[in-house]
Design a protein around this ligand. Structure first.
Ligand SMILES: Nc1ncnc2c1ncn2[C@@H]1O[C@H](COP(=O)(O)OP(=O)(O)OP(=O)(O)O)[C@@H](O)[C@H]1O
Length: 453
C-alpha cells in the first residue's frame, strides 16, 4: 500500500553511506539506486518529488560524468523533481555545473544529517507549492469549465452558451459522440442562476427500460418487488438545479410520453405514489442520434422534440473545427501528465502534424484516450506518432491544406450552383445576381461543367 509519507530517491553507490542514510532518512519513503539504470527504473516506478544524488557513480565513481548524465536523464523523465546533488568536498565546479544542468541544490561531503534534512524538507515544500500552482492553472484554463476552443465555429458556440445559460430555456445539444455535449451541458449549468443547485445527469441509453422510469420519477416503498424504501427520482433530486438527459434519442416511447407530461405540468408522481410533487428544474438534453429521422421512423415523439428544443446547440465534430485539435491536445497532455505524474514536455513536430490531419472519428474523447494512454506508456519526454498510435506525417504529406486556388474554385462552383438553383436556370438572372456579364457566366459554366437545367 502507498503511504502518505513524502517519497525520496537516493542515488548512491557507497554501501557505508547508504547504511547511514537509510537510518537517518526514516521519516521519508526512501528508495535506493546504485547506478544510472537503477535510478531511472526507480524514477519510472515511483516518480519521487525529491532526489538525493551522488555525482560519483559507477562506472566513473571518481569522476562526475556518469553523475551528470544521470542527473540529465532523471530530469528528462520528471522535470519537476528537485534533485540535490552530493559533491566531493571543495568540488565547487561540479556543483555549479550540476545546477546549470537543472539540479535544484547541492551539498558537499561529509554529510551532516541535520542540515541535509532541512535541505530535503525545503525541496519537498517547493515541489508541493509548484504542484499546487500548476493544479490551480489547470483548473482555470477556460471560463467555460474546461471547454477549450479556438475555431470560429466553436467560439460561436461558446458565445451561444453564454447567452443561453442564464435563461431557463430547455436546450437540446446535438453532436457526434465525444464532441463535448456533456461539458457544454455542465457549462450551461455553471453559468446559470442555478449553479448553487445540483447538476444531475442521467444516460437514457445505458439504463434498462424498466429501471429508467423509476430512476427518473422515483418510487414509494412497496411500489414493486425490491422497492424497500421510498426513493426520490432524478427529476426530484435536481430540484432548483439542472437535469441533463443524455442520449434522449434512445428514450423508450412510453417514457417519452411521461416526460412530456412532466415538461408540460412540472410535477412528478413517484411510482406507487399518489401525491403530485412540483419540481423546479431546468432540462438539458443531448443526443448523437438524428432526431428528425427517429421521428420519421416513429421512434421519437414530435411533440416532445418541440418541447425539448427551445434552443438547439449543434456541436460540430472535431474534424470540422479548424485549428481546435492541437490546442485541445496540448491542454489534455498537461492534464494527463499532471494526473499520471509524468514529465512529458510536449508533442514532436510529426505528432502535431498527425493530430492536425487525423479525422478523429471518436472526436475529443478519442483524442483524450490516445493522449492518456501515450502519457502512461511513453518512455521519453516528448510524445510522437507511435506513442499516439497515429500514422506518421511529414510536411510533404500535405493533403489536408487546400491551396488558395482550390478554395476559390470551390467557392465559385458553390456560388454558381446555388444561384442556378434559386433562379430556376434563368441565366440573365444568374448573371445579374452574381454581378457578372453573360459571356463570363457562360465561360464559368463551361469550366465547371455545369448547365442551366
Ligand atoms: N472543447 C473541449 N476542450 C477540452 N476537453 C473537451 C472538449 N470537448 C470534450 N472534451 C473532453 O472530451 C471528453 C468527451 O466529452 P463529453 O463527454 O462532453 O462528450 P459527449 O459529446 O457528451 O460524448 P458522448 O456522446 O459519448 O456522451 C470529456 O472528457 C471532455 O472533458
Amino acid at each position: 500500500m502507498k503511504s502518505d509519507r513524502p517519497s525520496l530517491l537516493v542515488v548512491e553507490d557507497d554501501a557505508g553511506l547508504i547504511r547511514q542514510l537509510r537510518w537517518a532518512l526514516e521519516k521519508y519513503d526512501t528508495y535506493f539506486a546504485g547506478t544510472r539504470k537503477e535510478a531511472l527504473d526507480q524514477m519510472r516506478a515511483h516518480a519521487t518529488p525529491v532526489v538525493l544524488q551522488d555525482l560519483g557513480l559507477p562506472p566513473d565513481p571518481n569522476g562526475t560524468e556518469e553523475g551528470m548524465a544521470t542527473l540529465r536523464d532523471l530530469l528528462s523523465l520528471e522535470q519537476d523533481t528537485k534533485i540535490i546533488v552530493v559533491t566531493g568536498n571543495g568540488d565547487q565546479n561540479s556543483a555549479v555545473r550540476a545546477v546549470g544542468l537543472g539540479a535544484w541544490d547541492f551539498y558537499p561531503k561529509p554529510l551532516d544529517m541535520n542540515i541535509l534534512e532541512i535541505i530535503i524538507d525545503r525541496a519537498f515544500n517547493v515541489w508541493n507549492l509548484e504542484q499546487e500552482n500548476k493544479a490551480q492553472q489547470l483548473r482555470s484554463t477556460s471560463p467555460l469549465d474546461g471547454l477549450i476552443a479556438s475555431s470560429q465555429n466553436m467560439l460561436k458556440i461558446i458565445r451561444l452558451i453564454e447567452r443561453v445559460a442564464p435563461t431557463n430555456a430547455t436546450t437540446l445539444i446535438l453532436g457526434e459522440t465525444g464532441t463535448g455535449k456533456e461539458i457544454i451541458a455542465r457549462s450551461l449549468h455553471a453559468l446559470s442562476g442555478r449553479q448553487e443547485g445540483r447538476f444531475v445527469a442521467i444516460n437514457c441509453a445505458s439504463i434498462p427500460e424498466n429501471l429508467l422510469e423509476s430512476e427518473l420519477f422515483g418510487y414509494e416503498k412497496g411500489a414493486f418487488t425490491g422497492a424497500v424504501k421510498q426513493t426520490p427520482g432524478k427529476i426530484e433530486t435536481a430540484d432548483k438545479g439542472t437535469l441533463f438527459l443524455d442520449e434522449i434519442g434512445d428514450m423508450p416511447m412510453e417514457l417519452q410520453a411521461k416526460l412530456l407530461r412532466f415538461l408540460q405540468e412540472r410535477v412528478v408522481e413517484r411510482l406507487g405514489g399518489r401525491k403530485e410533487i412540483s419540481v423546479d428544474v431546468r432540462i438539458l438534453c443531448a443526443t448523437h442520434q438524428d432526431l428528425q429521422e427517429r421521428i420519421r421512423s416513429g421512434l421519437f415523439r414530435e411533440d416532445l422534440y418541440y418541447r425539448i428544443s427551445e434552443i438547439v446547440i449543434e456541436v460540430p465534430p472535431l474534424r470540422a473545427r479548424n485549428g481546435d485539435a492541437v490546442p485541445i491536445a496540448q491542454v489534455l497532455l498537461r492534464r494527463a501528465s499532471h494526473a499520471h505524474k509524468r514529465a512529458i514536455r510536449g508533442f514532436t513536430h510529426e505528432a502535431i502534424l498527425a493530430i492536425e490531419r487525423y479525422l478523429w472519428p471518436g472526436n475529443v474523447r478519442e483524442l483524450e484516450n490516445r493522449i492518456n494512454r501515450a502519457v502512461i506508456m511513453c518512455e521519453n519526454n516528448m510524445l510522437d506518432c507511435d506513442d499516439l498510435n497515429l500514422p506518421s506525417m511529414t510536411e510533404d504529406d500535405e493533403p489536408a491544406l487546400p491551396t488558395l486556388k482550390d478554395v476559390r474554385e470551390k467557392a465559385e462552383r458553390e456560388a454558381l450552383e446555388r444561384t442556378l438553383a434559386i433562379s430556376s436556370g434563368n441565366l440573365t438572372r444568374v448573371a445579374e445576381l452574381l454581378g457578372i456579364s453573360r459571356p463570363t457566366l457562360y465561360d464559368l459554366l463551361k469550366r465547371h461543367n455545369l448547365s442551366a437545367n
